[in-house]
Write a protein that binds this ligand. Structure first.
Ligand SMILES: [Zn+2]
Length: 433
């Protein structure tokens, strides 16, 4: 019996698995790959070698992003840019971020094997710090490429941030021969990039529930966050009569349930989700009625209108509850991020690519999680492809994908490049400018 040949999807999965352990992880027994750590540096070296084998030239930019380039039929042609992130949260999964880079690499390896060139170059970028798993800030390296670093995170605001070992961003960069201010040199010229394409595991359960390998992302959800502070009255748990209490925690409990009810009532419309992820009580002891409670609200949806309607309903419900229970309330806005829609023209090409490969109509879905594409959308037209992952589990070592799905991913991305090339020669890229 002849052993079956390894498919590109199997090779991609095997590579992600290999990169899940030391020396590519900074921890033994679990995956942790922070930006600029030893595991990150070893990973850059391994992927650089695979990129060269796939006919690419390789460099690291001023933000320590890894960039491979497969030339087009003419030198110095603008590039179709694929990418995702190389870093991983502590005790993360092997496919979050990494699979997008490794799958794109297999697409280029296929073109290289057939000596196939396009009127544009293909580049793959492995971003450095999407997760913010080392420093308390995210996507500095993505912002550097998109040219929005100074606008979002002035050097003065991030250079002195420290990791858990007390190493500053500036010190970590210095060890790689880089500087915070120098990172802005990673900015790409808008004329050099035609579009940005990111494949990523779904990190949610929709595709698996519907029996689909792939999905096309319509955009990254608009997020809004609040901190809520409730001020009741602390008192002795044994002596304070129930009728006299101003219990901040029972008020919070009612509020948390209202927030859930409003999210559920959205009926999955526009990907609306509402979450209370953190709640603290004070003084937080057994025999005292809680006087103060602080909790968070995170609301997301594919459109601003849906998200903001839900937020209005939530805040009205919270005020009603606080008045009825005679508990003071402070509402502190913490974050307000616009949605990052994918380009409709690129989405149509990706939907066709998915349909051609899977033989099924493409499922279009909102990304509730943030991605590098969110930043890149401010720089170039973007499109994202989601890959089914087991039970939707992510940021967890149990993260898993089927190699057959990764084969479908590689085929769909390859098909997308061809469709993009047809479109490019027809319009000379003007529709995506
Ligand atoms: Zn990710």
């Amino acid at each position: 019996m002849v052993e079956a040949e390894t498919t590109p999807g199997e090779r991609a999965v095997a590579r992600c698995d290999m990169l899940g352990e030391p020396p590519f992880s900074d921890d033994v027994g679990l995956l942790y790959r922070p930006w600029l750590g030893p595991g990150f540096i070893a990973t850059v070296e391994a992927i650089s070698n695979w990129m060269r084998q796939a006919g690419m030239t390789v460099r690291q930019d001023a933000a320590a992003n890894l960039i491979g380039r497969y030339e087009g039929s003419t030198p110095d042609a603008p590039a179709l840019l694929f990418g995702s992130h190389l870093d991983s949260v502590r005790d993360g999964g092997r496919y979050d971020g990494m699979l997008g880079v490794i799958a794109a690499l297999e697409v280029v390896a296929g073109f290289h094997e057939r000596s196939e060139r396009f009127p544009f170059a293909i580049e793959i970028v492995g971003f450095g710090d999407e997760e913010g798993s080392r420093f308390p800030v995210t996507m500095l390296t993505t912002r550097a490429i998109a040219g929005v670093l100074e606008e979002d995170d002035p050097v003065a605001a991030f250079a002195e941030l420290r990791d858990v070992d007390g190493v500053t961003v500036e010190q970590a960069l210095a060890r790689a021969g880089l500087t915070p201010r120098g990172m802005t040199a990673a900015k790409r010229s808008r004329n050099d990039i035609l579009a940005y394409v990111e494949a990523h595991i779904e990190q949610g359960p929709v595709l698996e529930a519907e029996g689909l390998a792939l999905g096309v992302v319509s955009g990254i959800a608009a997020q809004r966050r609040f901190e809520i502070r409730l001020h009741g009255m602390a008192g002795h748990a044994g002596t304070m009569a129930m009728s006299l209490r101003r219990d901040a925690l029972t008020a919070a409990a009612e509020m948390v349930l209202a927030i859930e009810r409003i999210g559920v009532a959205g009926g999955d419309r526009d990907g609306l989700v509402t979450t209370v992820g953190s709640l603290r009580t004070w003084p937080g002891v057994t025999n005292v009625v809680p006087g103060n409670v602080t909790f968070t609200i995170d609301a997301r949806a594919g459109t601003l209108a849906t998200r903001d309607r839900a937020v209005e309903e939530i805040l009205a419900a919270l005020k009603e509850i606080s008045e009825r229970r005679n508990v003071g309330i402070e509402i502190i806005p913490r974050e307000n991020l616009n949605p990052s829609p994918c380009d409709p023209g690129l989405m149509a090409l990706m939907e066709t690519a998915v349909e051609d490969v899977t033989g099924q109509p493409a499922r279009v879905l909102v990304s509730g999680a943030g991605h590098d594409a969110m930043i890149m959308a401010r720089f170039a037209p973007i499109v994202m492809l989601f890959i089914r992952c087991e039970k939707g589990i992510s940021h967890n070592p149990a993260e898993a994908v089927l190699s057959a799905d990764v084969d479908a991913t590689i085929s769909a991305l390859g098909r997308f490049v061809r469709l993009f090339a047809e479109d490019h020669s027809r319009t000379q890229g003007s529709q995506f400018s």
